[in-house]
Design a binder for this molecule. Structure first.
Ligand SMILES: Cc1cc2nc3c(=O)[nH]c(=O)nc-3n(C[C@H](O)[C@H](O)[C@H](O)COP(=O)(O)O)c2cc1C
Length: 279
């Protein structure tokens, strides 16, 4: 029943995503429907129509993996807490530490690209002097610059496949069983910041599963959480509502939904939002 509902919602997201080619946010409007990203982002729609045995097989295997993971979760939580405590004490050493942290997840930082990445073959990737950067990473960098914040990337223990379509497929299967990937230890003491910008791509009309892992690991009570999403037509979907449910003690604010294909045109809007919404 749950799977059926999910399938229905996936088809709906795909329809929205594939048919309209435009987002539901101001920042996403007016885009050219012939961008390379859209071609790439149609993959979930194709995948949605192939649901069935293949998904079930993978779901079963993920369910087994999940069970194994649950058994290691407590151990991992302890490790993470220790590491977070260490990061916290390091942070305390810096008198000038900002009270704002930009936390982002992007496919780019969570994929092992074997060779030099070809930006043309993967339109959501830009290469600069610091290496490949995804859309969420770019948005996070502008927010950090505009707000004087520090940044932290959500990194999974296991990387996603370099092949885009394989990642699309895997993400759908992970989502269908509520999989929570293990994360690498936080590089910052998240609990010590009062404002968190949370930046991530829309994955199948939802938060990427690693962002769920991050939210599961942290109690953001008392903090302001500004949500920024990058997408290829779905906008925020219900991500803001989901974060509100997962973090009932936080003040969750909808930031901007930025279409990946036009992210470079949105720099000023993003900086403006940060300036207009300082705590
Ligand atoms: C696994 C996966 C699922 C996606 N699902 C959607 C979706 O449902 N709706 C949408 O608008 N875009 C979807 N996209 C497109 C991404 O949200 C978009 O390309 C985003 O800008 C990528 O950001 P990044 O470069 O930081 O990873 C999906 C991309 C991937 C990899």
């Amino acid at each position: 029943m749950k799977k059926k509902l999910l399938s229905t919602s996936v088809v709906l997201v795909s329809l929205l995503f594939g048919l309209t080619g435009c987002g539901n946010s101001s920042a996403a409007s007016g885009q050219d429907s012939a961008t390379p990203q859209e071609t790439v982002a149609e993959a979930p729609e194709a995948e949605a129509s192939e649901e069935g045995e293949k998904t079930e097989e993978r779901a079963d295997s993920l369910a087994t993996e999940e069970a194994a993971q649950v058994s290691t979760e407590q151990e991992s939580a302890v490790t993470d807490n220790d590491t977070t405590a260490a990061a916290a004490s390091e942070d305390r050493g810096s008198a000038s530490r900002s009270n704002t942290l930009v936390v982002y997840f992007s496919r780019v930082g969570n994929t092992d690209f074997q060779e030099t990445v070809d930006a043309d073959s993967s339109a959501s990737i830009r290469i600069d002097e610091n290496g490949p950067m995804g859309n969420a990473g770019q948005i996070a960098a502008w927010i950090a610059d505009a707000s004087g914040a520090e940044t932290m990337e959500i990194l999974t223990e296991e990387t996603y496949p370099a092949d885009y379509n394989e990642t699309v497929s895997q993400a759908k299967q992970e989502q269908s069983v509520g999989f929570r990937p293990l994360l690498k230890a936080d590089e910052k003491a998240v609990e010590e910041y009062s404002t968190i910008y949370l930046v991530f791509p829309n994955w199948w009309g939802d938060l990427p599963m690693p962002v769920y892992s991050f939210l599961d690991a942290h109690d953001l009570t008392g903090k302001t959480v500004n949500v920024f999403v990058t997408h290829e037509g779905s906008g925020f979907s219900n991500t803001v509502g989901t974060i509100e449910e997962l973090e009932p003690g936080a003040e969750v604010r909808q930031g901007l939904a930025v279409q990946g294909g036009s992210v470079t045109d949105e720099e000023q809007n993003i900086r403006q939002w940060v300036n207009d919404n300082r705590n």
